[in-house]
Design a protein around this ligand. Structure first.
Ligand SMILES: *Cc1c(COP(=O)(O)O)cnc(C)c1O
Length: 485
């Protein structure tokens, strides 16, 4: 927002303007072909503003929002990277937008070919045999994946009762396993933040349906024992689910299938640069080994004589998990992104994401405590241990807003006390990484010299520090005249 006059918080339209002002002059309408009793003479309290006032009001409101398009957004595990605008342009092409999911199959061969190619590329990246594009989110991919795990065990004779989940797994993992009726058994992680094969073996028996492992784990570390772990799980007849939401740490460099994963989801709305939305658009395609292909959600795409079609009659399938074939518009965006990057480009994405996180790790390790030493993958986790003056992770997060940065993920992963989880992504220039590091270092200095300031942050944002609980439980989402008076 422009510097200079301090207008205070932007008022609502009901508090602005003046009677008689009008945004748009239209010619007086002639007699309307409506019954007079259907017409409203006046609208009480209707805001009356001039056109520039309206334009400026909404432009200012739009800028109160924090977005990856406007600023650096280092929210760990969420991969808030820049989504190239050309992807939206491609998804908006008439042939995509105007085609209907019930259109005759002959008329949408191009759309299906795009989905087929996307499946093939994800097969290549995952090192697994088959992909379903249907799940609409990472968590839904997990749910579908664990349902497949269960279906497979049922076919072996019994569903088994337990799923092993390392303490450093993403929170959605135990939720997905529990939803499928499994008891979740937490495998402790070592002081180095890693899962050891011995720790997994402790819990292995013939009641273990499988292991759900996030790799890189939520500490941003690659699990070096992955091969040994997957072999041990397979030995007792279990399956390995790998959470691949953060494939921008691996893609083009290492393949989950080669590490022994049987089931994997990837998040298109992270690695493959499509929009995230509060439970909204997104896609969490699911990849599986050959033996599990028949359980994938229906319908599945099949190709006969060069023609693509949907196969609905799949007796072993876990059934559909979403309407039609998934979030088509999002799948188009991911396709466009992958097409633009090319195979070498996607490998470069991984290298740059890992480099950026390690750059911040090295720039900040003097001022911020690193719970786990050594190189990280696409994200780096610090704690508030070194911050002085009683300044905590939450205070740091709030103070960063004053410096113009979105806060990192905080207090997650749970295995680290006071965690500050930073994911810079590959799409930021060096200058931005430096500005962010400078701000973090400046806040560490403020904590030493003027901790009260950090603890009362944010000081420059449209609203001051909120009562987090009340803001979440009793949000005020509607403006009411009597409350603002
Ligand atoms: C984001 C994320 C998920 C969940 O994905 P959603 O699309 O938000 O459901 C699962 N696991 C990991 C590691 C993630 O980062």
């Amino acid at each position: 927002m422009s510097a200079g006059v301090d207008r205070g918080p932007e008022k609502t339209v009901f508090e602005k303007g003046s009677p008689g002002r009008c945004g748009l002059d239209l010619p007086e309408p002639g007699p309307l072909p409506l019954d007079a009793k259907l017409l409203r003479a006046d609208l009480e309290g209707f805001p009356e503003m001039s056109e520039p006032e309206v334009l400026r009001h909404y432009l200012r409101l739009s800028q109160l929002n924090y977005s990856a398009a406007a600023d650096f957004y280092p929210l760990g595990s969420c991969t808030m990277k820049y989504n190239p605008v050309v992807n939206d342009k491609v998804a908006g092409l008439e042939g995509f937008v105007a085609s209907h999911p019930y259109a005759p199959i002959e008329l949408v061969q191009g759309n299906l070919r795009l989905l087929r190619e996307l499946e093939e590329w994800l097969v290549e990246i995952s090192g697994l045999a088959s992909v379903s594009l249907q799940p609409a989110a990472g968590a839904q991919g997990e749910l579908a994946g664990i349902k497949i795990m269960r279906a497979w065990h049922e076919d072996q004779g019994k569903p088994r009762s337990k799923v092993l989940i390392p303490a450093s797994a993403h929170g959605t993992n135990p939720a997905s396993a529990a939803l499928c009726g499994y008891d979740c058994v937490v495998v402790p992680v070592g002081d180095d933040g890693l899962v050891s094969a011995d720790a997994v073996r402790e819990f292995l028996d013939d009641e273990v349906a499988g292991l759900m492992i996030t790799n890189p784990n939520t500490l941003g570390l690659f699990e070096p024992a992955m091969g040994e772990i997957t072999a041990a799980v397979h030995e007792v007849g279990g399956l390995v689910y790998m959470d691949g939401a953060n494939m921008n740490a691996l893609m083009g460099v290492a393949r989950p299938g080669d590490m022994g994963a049987d089931i994997l989801h990837v998040n298109l709305h992270k690695t493959f640069s499509t929009p995230h939305g509060g439970g909204g658009p997104g896609a969490g395609p699911l990849a599986v080994t050959e033996q599990l292909e028949k359980y994938l959600p229906s319908p599945r795409m099949v190709e006969k004589d060069g023609k693509l079609d949907w196969e609905y009659d799949r007796p072993d399938s876990i059934g559909p998990v979403r309407s039609f074939y998934g979030n088509f518009g999002i799948l188009v965006r991911a396709w466009a992104y992958m097409k633009a990057c090319g195979g070498d480009g996607l490998t470069e994405v991984t290298r740059m994401a890992v480099l950026a996180a390690n750059y911040l790790r090295v720039r900040l390790e003097q001022d911020y405590d690193l719970p786990c030493d050594g190189p990280c993958m696409h994200e780096v986790v610090f704690t508030d241990k070194k911050l002085e003056g009683g300044v905590k992770t939450l205070d740091l997060a709030k103070r960063l807003l004053d410096y113009g940065f979105h806060a990192p993920t905080i207090y997650f992963p749970l295995v680290v006390q006071g965690a500050i989880m930073i994911e810079p992504t590959e799409s930021e220039p060096l200058e931005t990484l430096d500005e962010f590091a400078d701000a973090m270092i400046a806040i560490a200095r403020e904590a030493r010299e003027d901790p009260g300031k950090v603890k009362s942050a944010p000081l420059n944002t449209p609203v001051a520090r909120l009562d987090e609980t009340r803001a979440a439980r009793h949000p005020r989402l509607v403006w009411k005249a009597e409350e603002s008076a």
